[in-house]
Design a binder for this molecule. Sequence first.
Ligand SMILES: Cc1cc2nc3c(=O)[nH]c(=O)nc-3n(C[C@H](O)[C@H](O)[C@H](O)COP(=O)(O)OP(=O)(O)OC[C@H]3O[C@@H](n4cnc5c(N)ncnc54)[C@H](O)[C@@H]3O)c2cc1C
Length: 469
Amino acid sequence: MTIGGRRVASTSATMAEFTAIVAGGGASGVLLATRLVRKSAHARVVIVEPRERLGRGMAYSTPHHRHLLNVPAGRMSAFAEDPEHFVRFLRERFGDRYTASSFVPRPLYGDYLEFVTQESRAFAGERLRCEQSTILAANVDAAGVRAICDDGRVLAGDVLIVATGNARPAPWFRADADIVAGDRFFDSAWDERALTCADPDEGVLLLGTGLTAVDALIGLRENGHRGVIWMVSRRGLLPHEHRLFDAPPEVNPEATSLHDLFGAVRAVASRPRAWRATLDSLRPRTNHLWQALSVSDQRRFVRHVMPYWNVHRHRMAPEVAKEIADEMSSGRLRMLAGRTGAFTQTDRGLRVPIRVRGENREVELEVGRVINCSGPAHDFRQLENPLIGNLLAQGIMQPLATGIGVDIAPSGALRDRHGVDSAAVFAIGPVRYGTLIETTAMPEIRAQAEELATLLVSRCSSTTAGTLQ
Ligand SMILES: Cc1cc2nc3c(=O)[nH]c(=O)nc-3n(C[C@H](O)[C@H](O)[C@H](O)COP(=O)(O)OP(=O)(O)OC[C@H]3O[C@@H](n4cnc5c(N)ncnc54)[C@H](O)[C@@H]3O)c2cc1C
């Protein structure tokens, strides 16, 4: 059989073993590995992940129990065909404390994904290996894939799956090098040091008003911070609250141009309390609609609509929304819409000018720390991830014309700089963002894991052993 265009030694007359190297052991990596080893006894998987614990990645490695999932437990099973799987996991450990409609602490979801991984390891034995390392580069040729790790090891396989997930935020362009290097500016809210203040009363400025900023506020408070927290973004939009609903009203399926689509969404969403259901009813079609837009319409969407899209689509758990409302009414959380100017260092911290949106005035804040909460960066050319940089430099990975994400085929294969689908390098999860717009949440990730595993295994079983293709 062939994978990645090479001949692979076979263990039976019709099927050969193959090895998948998975770069990243977050939710995407472990779900794909699980699917592969369970689908075929001929599949071997090596997950390469620098973190100690698998399944957690950025989203589920938080130590904060007030960081909640933003969808109910009943929609978070790792397996679409067994929607109760996560709820059963919770019931076995916590009795009646959580139900299918609970918004569960994210660390528990990390425990769940770790449990899924352990079960798969027990099932697969030596066919599922985990290496604690970072992949720096990959060489791909007719002999397969060789992944070069940061500890000097070289791992050989037939395919490489890029499951490197959510990137850190893009550098904040208003902060100069001295300030970034100092101890008052934190370039990511995912760094626990950013959320641990020596002075619990110092003012904190969060750059961003989305779910990352909400997480940062909750993390700061859990760590004992009591001072005033400001959140600023250009539009000052906070995510909406999640609410459960019954039947979603349908948007006219004929709408495909950006203009018609806005009209159709506005018409349905103008019904009282219908907008959440309207937006969610679009979800199965969102990727198709996105891909039908021209590059210039995609750019317009990102520039003008995306901030509104995000706060409506990615919502807060009700308990989190209440905490934010309480913080605002007590004056401990203050929201600002505007643009930040250049930061300056003072004796007590950082001074940040903010030009207020829609008003001809500037406010100046002096705070003890500033935390970049602008969310994952999407321009792959700027990411610090060495593997991504290496694949881009080789032309195996190609940035999209929008500047958001890279070109990925519907199969999950990377498209190279000539538009050719790779036979050996694939992507899953947030790495597909840009080609897709719905690809970061668990329902999409578990579906991609199933489809990609099916594809890899079917290639394996449909080729004659030992045939070079
Ligand atoms: C804060 C937050 C909350 C979320 N909440 C929800 C929710 O409630 N419900 C929902 O459905 N979805 C939620 N999501 C979305 C979704 O579940 C995550 O995006 C998902 O965890 C993505 O998993 P991943 O494995 O692709 O990426 P990540 O979790 O980012 O994991 C990628 C892993 O790859 C590793 N890695 C990176 N580079 C390399 C390399 N070169 N070599 C080896 N390893 C590497 C990293 O160390 C990391 O552990 C949330 C996302 C975030 C960020």
